[in-house]
Design a protein around this ligand. Sequence first.
Ligand SMILES: C[S@@+](CC[C@H](N)C(=O)[O-])C[C@H]1O[C@@H](n2cnc3c(N)ncnc32)[C@H](O)[C@@H]1O
Length: 412
Amino acid sequence: MAACWIRAGMLPTNYYGYANGRSTPAFKFSFYLRHGTEPAITNTTDKGYTLRSDLSPDMAKNDSTRGSDSEPGPSSATVDFIADSASNPLALEIDWSTTDNDSAYGDEVSTYTCSITSSVMDFPEIEGRRYHAYRQGRYALPNDEEENERLDIHHALIYTAMGGRLFYAPIGQSPQRVLDIATGTGIWAMDFADEFPSAQVLGNDLSPTQPTLVPPNLEFIVDDVEDEWGYEHQPFDFIHARFLAGAIRDWPKLMRQALECTKPGGWVEFQDWDTFLYSADNSMPPDSAINRFHQMSGGAREAMGYSMCPGRHLQRWMTDAGFINISCTKILLPLGPWAKNRQAKKIGAYNLLQMQQGLEGILLGTLPHAKPRPWSNDEIMVFLADIRKDFQNPKIHGQYDFYVVYGQRPMA
Ligand SMILES: C[S@@+](CC[C@H](N)C(=O)[O-])C[C@H]1O[C@@H](n2cnc3c(N)ncnc32)[C@H](O)[C@@H]1O
Protein backbone atom coordinates (compact mmCIF):
# COMPACT_ATOMS: atom_id res chain seq x y z
CA MET A 1 0.00 0.00 0.00
CA ALA A 2 1.27 3.44 -0.77
CA ALA A 3 0.11 6.58 0.86
CA CYS A 4 1.01 10.19 0.77
CA TRP A 5 2.04 11.57 4.13
CA ILE A 6 0.99 15.11 4.78
CA ARG A 7 3.01 17.06 7.28
CA ALA A 8 1.96 20.22 8.98
CA GLY A 9 2.75 23.04 6.61
CA MET A 10 3.10 26.75 6.92
CA LEU A 11 -0.45 27.98 6.86
CA PRO A 12 -1.80 29.35 10.13
CA THR A 13 -5.03 27.41 9.84
CA ASN A 14 -7.18 27.57 12.93
CA TYR A 15 -7.91 24.02 13.97
CA TYR A 16 -10.19 24.71 16.86
CA GLY A 17 -12.90 27.21 15.92
CA TYR A 18 -15.48 24.93 14.40
CA ALA A 19 -14.71 25.01 10.72
CA ASN A 20 -13.18 28.42 11.07
CA GLY A 21 -10.33 28.86 8.68
CA ARG A 22 -10.75 25.40 7.25
CA SER A 23 -10.70 26.51 3.67
CA THR A 24 -8.88 24.18 1.33
CA PRO A 25 -5.40 24.20 2.69
CA ALA A 26 -3.00 25.24 -0.02
CA PHE A 27 -0.64 22.61 1.35
CA LYS A 28 2.98 23.36 1.26
CA PHE A 29 4.01 20.06 2.63
CA SER A 30 6.74 17.56 2.60
CA PHE A 31 5.57 14.13 1.61
CA TYR A 32 6.55 10.57 2.16
CA LEU A 33 5.55 7.43 0.43
CA ARG A 34 4.62 4.87 2.99
CA HIS A 35 4.12 1.21 2.48
CA GLY A 36 4.13 -1.91 4.55
CA THR A 37 6.75 -4.47 3.76
CA GLU A 38 6.76 -3.78 0.04
CA PRO A 39 8.28 -0.85 -1.76
CA ALA A 40 5.99 1.91 -2.87
CA ILE A 41 5.71 2.27 -6.59
CA THR A 42 4.86 5.44 -8.40
CA ASN A 43 3.97 5.68 -12.02
CA THR A 44 4.19 8.71 -14.18
CA THR A 45 1.09 9.84 -15.99
CA ASP A 46 0.35 12.94 -17.98
CA LYS A 47 -0.81 14.49 -14.73
CA GLY A 48 2.43 13.77 -12.94
CA TYR A 49 3.13 11.06 -10.40
CA THR A 50 0.19 8.96 -9.39
CA LEU A 51 0.27 6.70 -6.39
CA ARG A 52 0.21 3.11 -7.48
CA SER A 53 -0.64 1.21 -4.36
CA ASP A 54 -2.32 -1.53 -6.32
CA LEU A 55 0.81 -2.95 -7.91
CA SER A 56 2.86 -5.68 -6.36
CA PRO A 57 6.60 -5.49 -7.15
CA ASP A 58 6.27 -8.36 -9.62
CA MET A 59 3.38 -6.73 -11.39
CA ALA A 60 5.29 -3.49 -11.47
CA LYS A 61 8.15 -5.11 -13.31
CA ASN A 62 5.75 -6.37 -15.97
CA ASP A 63 3.70 -3.24 -16.07
CA SER A 64 3.57 -2.13 -19.67
CA THR A 65 3.02 1.49 -18.69
CA ARG A 66 6.62 1.56 -17.46
CA GLY A 67 8.12 1.03 -20.90
CA SER A 68 11.04 -1.24 -21.70
CA ASP A 69 14.49 -1.01 -20.12
CA SER A 70 15.97 0.19 -23.39
CA GLU A 71 13.49 2.97 -23.51
CA PRO A 72 14.27 5.28 -20.65
CA GLY A 73 11.87 8.11 -20.01
CA PRO A 74 9.18 9.25 -17.68
CA SER A 75 7.24 6.02 -17.96
CA SER A 76 10.13 3.68 -17.26
CA ALA A 77 11.20 4.36 -13.70
CA THR A 78 14.02 2.07 -12.53
CA VAL A 79 13.14 -0.71 -10.17
CA ASP A 80 16.39 -1.08 -8.28
CA PHE A 81 14.48 -0.60 -5.02
CA ILE A 82 12.61 -3.82 -5.61
CA ALA A 83 14.37 -7.00 -4.52
CA ASP A 84 13.26 -9.95 -6.62
CA SER A 85 15.09 -12.57 -4.56
CA ALA A 86 17.20 -12.89 -1.43
CA SER A 87 20.33 -13.29 -3.58
CA ASN A 88 19.67 -9.97 -5.23
CA PRO A 89 20.28 -7.53 -2.41
CA LEU A 90 18.48 -4.22 -2.40
CA ALA A 91 20.70 -1.41 -3.60
CA LEU A 92 19.85 2.05 -4.73
CA GLU A 93 21.99 3.40 -7.51
CA ILE A 94 23.24 6.91 -6.85
CA ASP A 95 22.45 9.75 -9.20
CA TRP A 96 25.79 11.60 -9.03
CA SER A 97 24.47 14.54 -11.00
CA THR A 98 22.20 15.28 -8.06
CA THR A 99 24.52 14.39 -5.20
CA ASP A 100 27.75 15.96 -6.58
CA ASN A 101 26.25 19.29 -5.91
CA ASP A 102 27.08 21.61 -3.03
CA SER A 103 23.65 23.13 -2.68
CA ALA A 104 20.81 21.52 -0.79
CA TYR A 105 17.97 19.73 -2.51
CA GLY A 106 15.81 22.32 -4.15
CA ASP A 107 13.88 22.30 -7.36
CA GLU A 108 14.14 18.58 -7.96
CA VAL A 109 12.37 17.84 -4.68
CA SER A 110 9.68 20.45 -5.12
CA THR A 111 8.96 19.06 -8.58
CA TYR A 112 8.03 15.74 -7.02
CA THR A 113 6.13 17.41 -4.20
CA CYS A 114 4.05 19.41 -6.65
CA SER A 115 3.26 16.45 -8.85
CA ILE A 116 2.21 14.26 -5.92
CA THR A 117 0.31 17.19 -4.56
CA SER A 118 -1.68 17.62 -7.73
CA SER A 119 -2.60 13.96 -7.89
CA VAL A 120 -4.27 14.02 -4.48
CA MET A 121 -5.37 17.63 -4.52
CA ASP A 122 -6.66 17.97 -8.05
CA PHE A 123 -10.18 17.94 -6.64
CA PRO A 124 -12.93 17.38 -9.19
CA GLU A 125 -15.94 19.69 -9.02
CA ILE A 126 -19.48 18.56 -9.82
CA GLU A 127 -22.52 20.84 -9.64
CA GLY A 128 -20.52 23.38 -7.68
CA ARG A 129 -19.40 20.87 -5.04
CA ARG A 130 -15.83 19.63 -4.60
CA TYR A 131 -14.86 15.95 -4.27
CA HIS A 132 -11.79 13.91 -3.34
CA ALA A 133 -9.15 13.34 -6.01
CA TYR A 134 -7.33 10.28 -4.67
CA ARG A 135 -9.26 7.14 -5.72
CA GLN A 136 -11.85 9.36 -7.38
CA GLY A 137 -15.46 8.31 -6.96
CA ARG A 138 -14.88 5.97 -4.05
CA TYR A 139 -16.66 8.19 -1.54
CA ALA A 140 -19.96 9.85 -2.40
CA LEU A 141 -19.88 13.04 -0.36
CA PRO A 142 -18.00 16.28 -1.07
CA ASN A 143 -14.86 17.38 0.75
CA ASP A 144 -15.49 21.12 0.48
CA GLU A 145 -15.95 23.79 3.10
CA GLU A 146 -19.67 23.16 3.45
CA GLU A 147 -19.20 19.45 4.12
CA ASN A 148 -16.28 20.08 6.46
CA GLU A 149 -18.43 22.45 8.50
CA ARG A 150 -21.02 19.72 8.73
CA LEU A 151 -18.40 17.24 9.98
CA ASP A 152 -17.40 19.64 12.71
CA ILE A 153 -21.03 20.11 13.78
CA HIS A 154 -21.32 16.32 13.70
CA HIS A 155 -18.32 16.11 16.02
CA ALA A 156 -20.09 18.40 18.50
CA LEU A 157 -23.22 16.27 18.16
CA ILE A 158 -21.51 12.96 18.93
CA TYR A 159 -19.26 14.40 21.62
CA THR A 160 -22.34 15.75 23.38
CA ALA A 161 -24.32 12.55 22.87
CA MET A 162 -21.42 10.53 24.34
CA GLY A 163 -21.48 12.66 27.49
CA GLY A 164 -18.44 14.77 26.65
CA ARG A 165 -16.22 11.82 25.81
CA LEU A 166 -14.23 11.12 22.67
CA PHE A 167 -14.34 7.34 23.17
CA TYR A 168 -15.51 4.70 25.65
CA ALA A 169 -12.75 2.06 25.36
CA PRO A 170 -10.68 1.58 28.55
CA ILE A 171 -7.37 2.55 26.94
CA GLY A 172 -5.63 3.82 30.08
CA GLN A 173 -3.81 7.10 30.62
CA SER A 174 -0.86 6.79 28.27
CA PRO A 175 -1.62 5.26 24.89
CA GLN A 176 1.39 5.44 22.58
CA ARG A 177 0.37 4.79 18.99
CA VAL A 178 -3.14 5.77 17.93
CA LEU A 179 -4.85 5.64 14.54
CA ASP A 180 -8.00 7.51 13.50
CA ILE A 181 -9.19 5.92 10.30
CA ALA A 182 -11.02 8.09 7.74
CA THR A 183 -10.40 11.10 9.93
CA GLY A 184 -12.39 13.65 7.86
CA THR A 185 -11.53 17.15 9.08
CA GLY A 186 -9.31 15.51 11.70
CA ILE A 187 -11.22 17.13 14.53
CA TRP A 188 -11.46 13.96 16.63
CA ALA A 189 -7.76 13.24 16.11
CA MET A 190 -6.81 16.79 17.12
CA ASP A 191 -8.85 16.65 20.29
CA PHE A 192 -7.40 13.24 21.12
CA ALA A 193 -3.81 14.35 20.45
CA ASP A 194 -4.35 17.33 22.77
CA GLU A 195 -5.81 15.20 25.53
CA PHE A 196 -3.08 12.54 25.30
CA PRO A 197 0.31 14.19 24.72
CA SER A 198 1.89 10.76 25.29
CA ALA A 199 0.31 9.48 22.10
CA GLN A 200 1.59 9.70 18.55
CA VAL A 201 -1.62 10.05 16.58
CA LEU A 202 -2.07 9.30 12.89
CA GLY A 203 -5.19 10.23 10.94
CA ASN A 204 -5.82 8.98 7.41
CA ASP A 205 -8.36 9.88 4.77
CA LEU A 206 -8.93 9.94 1.01
CA SER A 207 -8.89 13.74 1.23
CA PRO A 208 -5.97 15.90 2.41
CA THR A 209 -8.32 18.57 3.71
CA GLN A 210 -7.24 18.62 7.35
CA PRO A 211 -5.82 21.82 8.82
CA THR A 212 -2.09 22.31 8.80
CA LEU A 213 -1.61 23.78 12.26
CA VAL A 214 -2.05 20.73 14.44
CA PRO A 215 -0.65 19.37 17.71
CA PRO A 216 2.95 18.18 17.31
CA ASN A 217 1.98 14.59 18.11
CA LEU A 218 -0.41 14.34 15.18
CA GLU A 219 0.11 13.55 11.50
CA PHE A 220 -2.32 13.13 8.63
CA ILE A 221 -1.86 10.95 5.58
CA VAL A 222 -3.82 10.35 2.41
CA ASP A 223 -4.80 6.71 2.24
CA ASP A 224 -7.58 4.36 1.23
CA VAL A 225 -8.60 2.35 4.27
CA GLU A 226 -10.10 -0.36 2.07
CA ASP A 227 -6.59 -1.12 0.77
CA GLU A 228 -4.17 -3.38 2.61
CA TRP A 229 -2.99 -1.42 5.66
CA GLY A 230 0.50 -2.72 6.25
CA TYR A 231 0.78 -1.58 9.89
CA GLU A 232 1.19 -5.11 11.30
CA HIS A 233 4.83 -4.41 12.15
CA GLN A 234 4.02 -1.14 13.90
CA PRO A 235 0.69 -1.93 15.54
CA PHE A 236 -1.40 0.60 17.44
CA ASP A 237 -2.52 0.78 21.08
CA PHE A 238 -5.83 2.22 19.97
CA ILE A 239 -7.64 2.45 16.65
CA HIS A 240 -10.69 4.65 16.32
CA ALA A 241 -13.19 5.01 13.48
CA ARG A 242 -16.30 7.15 13.42
CA PHE A 243 -19.11 7.79 10.96
CA LEU A 244 -18.21 5.51 8.08
CA ALA A 245 -21.82 4.69 7.16
CA GLY A 246 -22.02 4.69 3.38
CA ALA A 247 -18.22 4.77 3.01
CA ILE A 248 -17.10 1.14 3.40
CA ARG A 249 -17.76 -1.81 1.12
CA ASP A 250 -16.10 -4.59 3.08
CA TRP A 251 -16.64 -4.12 6.81
CA PRO A 252 -15.48 -7.60 7.89
CA LYS A 253 -12.15 -6.99 6.11
CA LEU A 254 -11.83 -3.58 7.77
CA MET A 255 -12.38 -5.21 11.16
CA ARG A 256 -9.79 -7.92 10.46
CA GLN A 257 -7.23 -5.33 9.41
CA ALA A 258 -7.96 -3.30 12.53
CA LEU A 259 -7.41 -6.40 14.67
CA GLU A 260 -4.15 -7.30 12.93
CA CYS A 261 -2.83 -3.76 13.29
CA THR A 262 -3.61 -3.48 17.01
CA LYS A 263 -1.11 -4.50 19.69
CA PRO A 264 -2.07 -7.59 21.72
CA GLY A 265 -4.22 -6.18 24.53
CA GLY A 266 -4.88 -2.97 22.58
CA TRP A 267 -8.33 -1.57 21.79
CA VAL A 268 -10.38 -0.72 18.72
CA GLU A 269 -13.51 1.43 18.80
CA PHE A 270 -16.09 1.99 16.07
CA GLN A 271 -18.76 4.66 16.45
CA ASP A 272 -21.40 4.56 13.75
CA TRP A 273 -24.89 5.22 12.56
CA ASP A 274 -27.88 3.44 11.28
CA THR A 275 -28.69 6.27 8.95
CA PHE A 276 -32.33 5.34 8.35
CA LEU A 277 -34.70 7.70 10.18
CA TYR A 278 -37.72 6.30 12.05
CA SER A 279 -40.33 7.64 14.43
CA ALA A 280 -41.25 5.68 17.54
CA ASP A 281 -44.69 7.35 17.63
CA ASN A 282 -45.51 6.90 13.93
CA SER A 283 -45.32 10.67 13.41
CA MET A 284 -43.34 10.33 10.18
CA PRO A 285 -45.75 9.59 7.30
CA PRO A 286 -44.32 6.97 4.93
CA ASP A 287 -44.91 9.25 1.94
CA SER A 288 -43.30 12.31 3.57
CA ALA A 289 -40.34 13.80 1.73
CA ILE A 290 -38.11 13.18 4.74
CA ASN A 291 -38.92 9.47 4.74
CA ARG A 292 -38.59 9.14 0.97
CA PHE A 293 -35.25 10.92 1.20
CA HIS A 294 -33.86 8.33 3.58
CA GLN A 295 -35.25 5.40 1.63
CA MET A 296 -34.13 6.61 -1.79
CA SER A 297 -30.84 8.18 -0.94
CA GLY A 298 -29.74 5.45 1.46
CA GLY A 299 -31.17 2.81 -0.86
CA ALA A 300 -29.13 4.13 -3.80
CA ARG A 301 -25.91 3.91 -1.81
CA GLU A 302 -26.77 0.46 -0.44
CA ALA A 303 -27.42 -0.74 -3.99
CA MET A 304 -23.83 0.28 -4.74
CA GLY A 305 -22.62 -2.06 -1.98
CA TYR A 306 -22.14 0.35 0.92
CA SER A 307 -23.97 -0.33 4.17
CA MET A 308 -25.92 2.68 5.42
CA CYS A 309 -26.63 0.93 8.71
CA PRO A 310 -23.28 -0.37 9.93
CA GLY A 311 -24.10 0.55 13.54
CA ARG A 312 -26.29 -2.47 14.28
CA HIS A 313 -23.71 -4.89 12.81
CA LEU A 314 -20.57 -3.57 14.49
CA GLN A 315 -20.72 -5.93 17.46
CA ARG A 316 -21.13 -9.02 15.27
CA TRP A 317 -18.38 -7.96 12.88
CA MET A 318 -16.01 -7.36 15.78
CA THR A 319 -16.84 -10.74 17.29
CA ASP A 320 -16.31 -12.48 13.94
CA ALA A 321 -12.97 -10.72 13.48
CA GLY A 322 -11.72 -12.13 16.81
CA PHE A 323 -12.01 -9.23 19.25
CA ILE A 324 -12.78 -9.98 22.90
CA ASN A 325 -14.26 -7.98 25.78
CA ILE A 326 -16.61 -6.27 23.35
CA SER A 327 -18.91 -3.56 24.64
CA CYS A 328 -21.83 -2.12 22.66
CA THR A 329 -23.71 1.05 23.56
CA LYS A 330 -26.70 2.26 21.58
CA ILE A 331 -27.55 5.97 21.66
CA LEU A 332 -30.75 7.52 20.30
CA LEU A 333 -30.22 10.66 18.26
CA PRO A 334 -33.36 12.73 17.68
CA LEU A 335 -33.56 14.81 14.52
CA GLY A 336 -34.68 18.26 15.65
CA PRO A 337 -35.24 19.68 19.13
CA TRP A 338 -38.49 17.80 19.72
CA ALA A 339 -37.47 15.71 22.74
CA LYS A 340 -38.30 16.85 26.26
CA ASN A 341 -35.00 16.11 27.95
CA ARG A 342 -32.76 19.18 27.82
CA GLN A 343 -29.70 17.26 26.66
CA ALA A 344 -31.68 15.35 24.04
CA LYS A 345 -33.11 18.66 22.82
CA LYS A 346 -29.60 20.03 22.32
CA ILE A 347 -28.50 16.84 20.56
CA GLY A 348 -31.57 17.03 18.31
CA ALA A 349 -30.73 20.62 17.39
CA TYR A 350 -27.12 19.73 16.52
CA ASN A 351 -28.37 16.80 14.50
CA LEU A 352 -30.77 18.97 12.54
CA LEU A 353 -28.01 21.49 11.87
CA GLN A 354 -25.64 18.88 10.50
CA MET A 355 -28.37 17.30 8.36
CA GLN A 356 -29.41 20.68 6.95
CA GLN A 357 -25.79 21.39 6.19
CA GLY A 358 -25.16 17.98 4.60
CA LEU A 359 -28.43 17.48 2.74
CA GLU A 360 -27.47 18.83 -0.67
CA GLY A 361 -24.19 16.90 -0.72
CA ILE A 362 -25.95 13.68 0.28
CA LEU A 363 -28.60 14.03 -2.42
CA LEU A 364 -26.08 14.94 -5.12
CA GLY A 365 -23.83 12.08 -4.05
CA THR A 366 -26.54 9.42 -4.17
CA LEU A 367 -29.60 10.20 -6.30
CA PRO A 368 -27.79 10.61 -9.65
CA HIS A 369 -26.89 6.92 -9.14
CA ALA A 370 -30.39 5.80 -8.12
CA LYS A 371 -31.91 2.78 -9.86
CA PRO A 372 -33.90 2.19 -11.99
CA ARG A 373 -33.58 5.85 -12.96
CA PRO A 374 -30.96 8.41 -12.00
CA TRP A 375 -32.38 11.71 -10.79
CA SER A 376 -31.73 14.93 -12.69
CA ASN A 377 -30.25 17.89 -10.92
CA ASP A 378 -33.50 19.86 -11.22
CA GLU A 379 -35.49 17.05 -9.65
CA ILE A 380 -33.00 16.88 -6.81
CA MET A 381 -33.33 20.60 -6.11
CA VAL A 382 -37.15 20.37 -5.90
CA PHE A 383 -36.87 17.36 -3.58
CA LEU A 384 -34.33 19.24 -1.47
CA ALA A 385 -36.86 22.03 -0.83
CA ASP A 386 -39.53 19.49 0.22
CA ILE A 387 -37.18 17.73 2.61
CA ARG A 388 -36.15 21.03 4.17
CA LYS A 389 -39.82 21.74 4.94
CA ASP A 390 -40.13 18.41 6.75
CA PHE A 391 -36.92 19.14 8.66
CA GLN A 392 -38.69 22.20 10.12
CA ASN A 393 -41.88 20.34 10.99
CA PRO A 394 -42.03 19.86 14.80
CA LYS A 395 -44.79 17.29 14.42
CA ILE A 396 -42.42 14.77 12.87
CA HIS A 397 -40.42 13.07 15.63
CA GLY A 398 -37.67 11.36 13.72
CA GLN A 399 -34.72 9.63 15.35
CA TYR A 400 -31.68 7.56 14.45
CA ASP A 401 -29.76 4.83 16.26
CA PHE A 402 -26.06 5.40 16.86
CA TYR A 403 -23.69 2.74 18.23
CA VAL A 404 -20.42 2.91 20.12
CA VAL A 405 -18.72 -0.48 20.03
CA TYR A 406 -15.26 -1.30 21.30
CA GLY A 407 -13.27 -4.49 21.61
CA GLN A 408 -9.83 -5.75 22.59
CA ARG A 409 -7.26 -7.72 20.68
CA PRO A 410 -6.51 -10.94 22.59
CA MET A 411 -3.05 -11.18 24.19
CA ALA A 412 -2.23 -14.25 22.13
C1 LIG B 1 -18.67 11.10 7.28
S1 LIG B 1 -16.98 11.42 7.21
C2 LIG B 1 -16.43 11.09 8.88
C3 LIG B 1 -15.12 11.75 9.21
C4 LIG B 1 -14.58 11.53 10.62
N1 LIG B 1 -14.35 10.14 10.89
C5 LIG B 1 -15.47 12.13 11.66
O1 LIG B 1 -16.12 11.39 12.40
O2 LIG B 1 -15.51 13.36 11.76
C6 LIG B 1 -16.35 10.04 6.34
C7 LIG B 1 -14.90 10.22 5.94
O3 LIG B 1 -14.44 8.99 5.41
C8 LIG B 1 -13.55 9.27 4.38
N2 LIG B 1 -13.45 8.04 3.57
C9 LIG B 1 -14.45 7.46 2.88
N3 LIG B 1 -14.00 6.33 2.30
C10 LIG B 1 -12.69 6.22 2.62
C11 LIG B 1 -11.67 5.29 2.31
N4 LIG B 1 -11.93 4.22 1.53
N5 LIG B 1 -10.43 5.50 2.80
C12 LIG B 1 -10.17 6.57 3.57
N6 LIG B 1 -11.08 7.49 3.91
C13 LIG B 1 -12.34 7.32 3.44
C14 LIG B 1 -14.14 10.45 3.67
O4 LIG B 1 -13.20 11.13 2.89
C15 LIG B 1 -14.67 11.26 4.85
O5 LIG B 1 -13.72 12.18 5.29
